[in-house]
Design a protein around this ligand. Structure first.
Ligand SMILES: Cc1cc2nc3c(=O)[nH]c(=O)nc-3n(C[C@H](O)[C@H](O)[C@H](O)COP(=O)(O)OP(=O)(O)OC[C@H]3O[C@@H](n4cnc5c(N)ncnc54)[C@H](O)[C@@H]3O)c2cc1C
Length: 421
């Protein structure tokens, strides 16, 4: 029934959009939907080719959680270095910014590779967030016995307060501290992870899935660029915090051969009542089933979990395992006195799962993705960009920010929403 209603509403909207397409030639609309005239895409499509999306139920009555968390942005990128504490080799694996889920396999692969160089039979992993648990499984798959020591198991960690998409270069490093060599390391981690996640596609419980992700807008969609602002003379180097967006490193161009890119939609392909739209396919992670599957593999391979709180590096040397992977995320800032870790606050709202509507939308400053574990909503400020939340270590949720996001995006799903823009 809901499908029928939406399909009818969509037909009405498409009629409106057809009108808009007619107007487009007058107002230069074609510039934002640059599908070549006569190309297969525009010539072969039926006049009304927008997909019939099941509308998402957007409203405060659907809101079941608001979570807040800190991205562990490390200025030079994740720490994968090693150090000796007493008689123990510590291999670091922390500081993945807004990319910890996305880089977890590649990063774990590198950390375990370093552990294997001293030929251990058993190792410890400190930390059971997505980075530590994944490294533990990588080590087991390489034949090692693994004990995880941590204050919290994955479900209670900051990792479970993320949003859960493949975003491998989100707030992952700053250009100058990371240096020119980091791009190659990042690419190695991103490609390895992408391949590893693909092995979970189609697995029962949908731990990893693809969904269509629409960016819709009332004005032409352009990729925002952040050139250096010469009037800002301070930087991470002088202040210990980035001062402008151009300090953030971005690498996604390096893997665009494997990661689906956004394509502009012609008006008749746009299922939303906006003048402009793009569509891409987004890989995302369903925390509940993914966490269970990883933990199950860890325990089935004989892994042990020990609940333990570490107060400093010296504690690592008291472990019976003499090779330890340190995956303590943001906590490494105090635990290891790594003050190059910068808190980047972020929060997500969660609506009741709506598995019948498996897609995401970005509109104005709000992004939303419908996943098996809930519809995740984020309210960002495009004018602030990567600087949003930088240096803010306040981890209490602010519900009003999510309420605002819902009120911004709800009109897109109103059955008779008028065309905007
Ligand atoms: C709003 C938001 C959205 C995000 N979205 C995404 C996304 O879409 N995709 C993506 O890839 N990334 C995303 N991230 C980033 C991602 O959440 C982090 O990079 C990731 O969670 C880091 O994982 P971790 O395992 O290193 O750390 P944590 O999850 O913090 O795990 C640390 C572990 O160490 C243990 N520990 C810490 N201190 C001690 C101690 N003293 N003694 C014992 N144990 C200790 C903890 O108990 C825990 O087990 C997002 C982050 C935020 C804030």
């Amino acid at each position: 029934m809901a499908n029928e209603i939406f399909a009818k509403g969509a037909t009405e909207r498409r009629e409106v959009l057809k009108g808009a397409a007619g107007l487009a030639s007058l107002v230069g609309l074609q510039a934002c939907a640059p599908i070549a005239r006569g190309s297969l895409s525009s010539a072969a499509l039926p006049s009304s080719s927008a997909p019939r999306l099941t509308p998402l139920r957007i409203g405060r009555d659907q809101l079941i959680d608001v979570k807040c968390c800190l991205r562990p942005l490390r200025a030079a990128g994740p720490n994968l270095g090693t150090e000796i504490v007493g008689d123990t080799l510590v291999i670091h694996n922390y500081g993945h910014g807004g990319s910890g889920w996305s880089l977890s396999w590649g990063s774990g692969h590198i950390a375990v590779g370093k552990a294997l160089t001293v030929l251990p039979t058993k190792i410890a992993v400190v930390g059971c967030g997505i980075v530590g648990l994944t490294a533990a499984v990588v080590a087991q798959r390489a034949g090692l016995q693994v004990t995880i020591y941590a204050r919290e198991m994955i479900q209670q960690t900051r990792s479970f307060r993320a949003s859960g998409s493949f975003t491998p270069d989100a707030r992952v490093a700053l250009v100058a501290p990371a240096g020119p060599g980091f791009g190659d390391l990042w690419e190695q981690m991103a490609r390895f992870s992408w391949k590893a996640f693909r092995t979970y596609l189609g697995v029962q419980g949908n731990p990893v899935e693809f969904g269509d992700s629409y960016q819709v807008s009332d004005t032409p969609i352009e990729r925002r660029k952040w050139p250096v602002n010469p009037s800002i003379t301070d930087s991470f180097e002088t202040k210990g915090l980035p001062q402008q967006n151009s300090e953030f490193a971005h690498f996604s161009e390096r893997i665009k051969d494997i990661v689906p890119q956004a394509v502009p939609l012609a008006p008749e392909e746009n299922p939303f009542p906006t003048a402009y739209a793009t569509r891409s396919s987004q890989m995302h992670f369903n925390f509940a089933s993914y966490g269970h599957i990883l933990l199950r593999e860890f325990f089935e391979r004989g892994g042990r979990f020990v609940n333990r709180d570490f107060s400093g590096p010296a504690d690592y040397a008291t472990l019976p395992e003499k090779v330890v992977i340190n995956s303590t995320g943001y906590a490494a800032r105090d635990l290891w006195q790594d003050k190059t870790i910068i808190p980047v606050r972020g929060q997500t709202g969660w609506l009741v799962p709506q598995p019948e509507a498996n897609y995401g939308v970005r509109y104005r400053n709000v992004s939303m993705m419908s996943k098996s574990d809930g519809v995740v909503v984020m309210n960002t400020n495009p004018d602030i960009g990567d600087m949003l939340g930088v240096g803010n270590s306040m981890e209490l949720p602010d519900r009003s920010n999510i309420d605002e996001a819902l009120s911004i995006i709800a009109p897109l799903f109103a059955p008779t929403a008028p065309k905007r823009g």
